[in-house]
Write a protein that binds this ligand. Sequence first.
Ligand code: NDP
Ligand code: MG
Length: 385
Amino acid sequence: MKKIRLAVTGATGSVGGAVLDICARFPQFFEIRALAAKSNAKKLTELGRRHGAKLLCLTEPEDKNWREEGFTCLSGVNGLTEMVEEPSVDHAVFASSGVAAIKALQKALMRGIDVSLANKESIVVAGPWVMPLIKRADQLRPVDSEHSAVWQCLRDAPKEEVSRIWLTASGGPFRDYSAAQMEGVTPEAALNHPVWKMGPKITVDSATLMNKGIECIEAMQLFGLPAERVGALIHPRSQVHGMAEFIDGTVRLLLSQADMRLPAAAAIAWPRRLPLAENALPPIEPKDWDLCFREIDEKLFPCFALAREAGRLGGAYPALLVGADESAVRHFLNHEISYRAIAEIISEVLEACGEKTPQTLEEAVALVETGEKMADKICRDRRNR
Ligand code: NDP
Ligand code: MG
């Protein structure tokens, strides 16, 4: 069988690591051709040598003349586009954070190669411009664990038979906190996620449940469903990751260990299932299966409520939300604003400039920066008060 030749953006990150782990375990199926990151040249080169990549790309190298012996080296955001246009690449994995890879994502879909997508920001901001580029069923495979679960539950299901889909949330470290306890939350506490080991930004988003709200918008885009048919539930044991509910009232759910290597493998190996249960990831024993779910309290988790509203309103709101959240979380992690201020600042940004509906992809991407800059300014003003 011909090997799948991959290009991985975000190779130095947490999801990128999960993808590379799967590729290293199954060298008979996968070949790493190209790896990309933002600026971490040392780690990217190390990974390039370990996985036998031929091409490396840094979008923002510290040294403008950055080169590595033995590799074709590209730089800048255009480097990502060139990377996915390489004739020797037949599957692009997008596991970088932020919106830098949007153009490359579009290019990969237009070229017709398979795409595995972990990067939720790009689909939330650019979904209306990206989704129409899909050429065939399953060309775009979700890697975000909840979306991967829903995608797998929806396999072979006619769209008209699907009534709702559900995403689960562990609820993060503060799921049992009262409103009073939420007041004193520190960055260190927010970074202590009970289940998933992830990058700092998404870990804070998981604590505020902004991540779940953003994931609801991501699901609306990926599965072409309106907000009222995309639900989210707290499921503290994080065994069930997503569900699909059908018009006869039956529900399919996906239950597995909480490990990003599973959705990564499902995406890059599709339609094959890899034998991960044999060694790396033993299955959860049936006696331990847990099916307890509860609703999300939007008062306790205002970031979730803001994202749900942004998803319902559409237009400029999702892009502004992504930008404002990026800024607010950064200021929170730097101990410059309180936990409660994250939602307050995002809400201020949405209220101030939500009405400008973007007409083009470029305008949508620019709105992320608008949201970020406006939130930065609000944070600065608050500090100076
Ligand atoms: P990390 O912070 O661990 O890693 C981010 C990666 O993206 C790094 O490789 C970084 O490179 C790269 N990167 C950041 N900015 C750019 C840029 N401008 N151009 C090119 N590369 C860039 O993030 P995660 O792995 O946690 O998350 C990655 C994406 O996957 C995010 O969109 C996140 O929402 C999503 N996701 C993450 C999950 C998780 O479990 N972590 C689960 C589901 C989705 P460098 O090292 O050089 O900075
Ligand atoms: Mg997720």
